[in-house]
Design a protein around this ligand. Structure first.
Ligand code: AN0
Ligand code: CP
Length: 319
């Protein structure tokens, strides 16, 4: 595996989940693999979990991470080819990507969707430019339309906490948020869950007008009645996203979609999941996120092992 841009870059999601769970038992056993290797982490947007867990994963593998808040500290980049750069942009992504490739053995990038131009976001302007011009592997730390490190951590967490059942019911539930948030986490969770069609029944519940892109939810049941969606569920994965149809807009902040104990009561003792950061008592009530069924902290811990198993595969490919 050269790049990790999507969960589908993994040879097998199921095998990788098992390898990650095994890796957790002895996370420092592969220190020689990353010795004298440098990973550059470029953040065009804020982060807590991704920033710290990816550094920890790199250190566990013997690598040296170097971190840059590209949005605040780097030059404003031009992404269009052939542009006469006489306006605000100081550097073309071609030079930036080639130069950073000389400093780093792997480049990790976080660049959220702008939520203004659907075509531009769907084209993954930043990530695809680095894939095009960089000469080293690229790791996606959340791009315009995907968050594959999160999705892999979610798969590891579900594997560790699943009840003994033939088929599990996973519910991806929208919840309200005052700001316009990207579709990336919802997209990648759906993508991961739907890749396990034999193991999971996938239900996606949200208000009308908040459908995710149909290509990414093919095979899921779309349910506009949230409580009905929750019936018999084994996992409730909650995330806000802005409208995809009315691209980037916050058309609904209906607080009745917040996750509460009475909704969790109709599930089959479901675990509550969220990628974090989460707005308490907007997305989810304290009574739910503080309950014994909430596994959000264990889920966040798995971000280290999600990044570590992916970096291990990329390093093994470099040999
Ligand atoms: C991991 C989540 C990152 C981001 N969240 C916010 C609050 O911007 C999002 O919704 O994509
Ligand atoms: N879940 C996640 O990616 O968290 P951060 O945005 O804090 O990195």
């Amino acid at each position: 595996m050269k790049h990790y841009l999507s969960i589908h870059d993994l040879p097998s999601i199921k095998d990788t989940v098992k390898e990650a769970i095994e890796l957790k038992k002895n996370p420092l056993k592969d220190q020689a693999l990353g010795k004298n290797k440098i990973i550059g982490l470029l953040f065009f947007n804020n982060s807590l979990r991704t920033r710290l867990s990816t550094q920890k994963a790199a250190l566990n593998l013997g690598m040296e991470p170097i971190v840059m808040n590209f949005g605040a500290e780097g030059w404003q980049l031009e992404f269009e080819d052939g542009t006469i750069m006489d306006q605000g942009k100081s550097e073309h992504v071609k030079e930036a990507a080639e130069v950073i490739s000389q400093y780093c053995d792997i480049i990790a990038i976080r660049a959220f969707a702008g939520l203004e131009d659907k075509e531009k976001d769907e084209a993954e302007e930043v990530l695809s430019a680095f894939v095009k011009y960089a000469t080293v592997p690229i790791l996606n730390m959340e791009s315009s339309v995907g968050h594959p490190l999160q999705a892999l951590a979610d798969a590891i967490t579900i594997e560790e906490h699943k009840p003994a059942k033939k088929k599990l019911k996973l519910v991806l539930s929208w919840a309200p948020h005052p700001r316009a948030l990207p579709h990336a986490v919802g997209n990648s969770f759906a993508e991961m869950a739907l890749a396990h069609e034999d193991d999971f029944e996938v239900v996606i519940t949200h208000p009308e007008g908040y459908e995710l892109s149909p290509e990414r939810t093919k095979g899921a049941t779309i349910e506009y009645d949230q409580k009905k969606a929750f019936e018999g569920a084994d996992f409730i994965y909650t995330k806000n996203w802005s409208s995809y149809k009315d691209y980037g807009k916050v058309a609904n902040t209906d607080s009745s979609w917040m996750i509460t104990a009475d909704k969790m009561a109709v599930t089959d003792n479901a675990k509550f999941m969220h990628c974090l950061p989460v707005r308490r008592n907007v997305i989810v009530a304290d009574e739910v996120i503080d309950s014994e069924n909430s596994i959000v902290i264990k889920q966040a811990n798995n971000r280290t092992y999600s990044a570590q198993i992916v970096l291990k595969k990329i390093l093994e490919n470099l040999k």
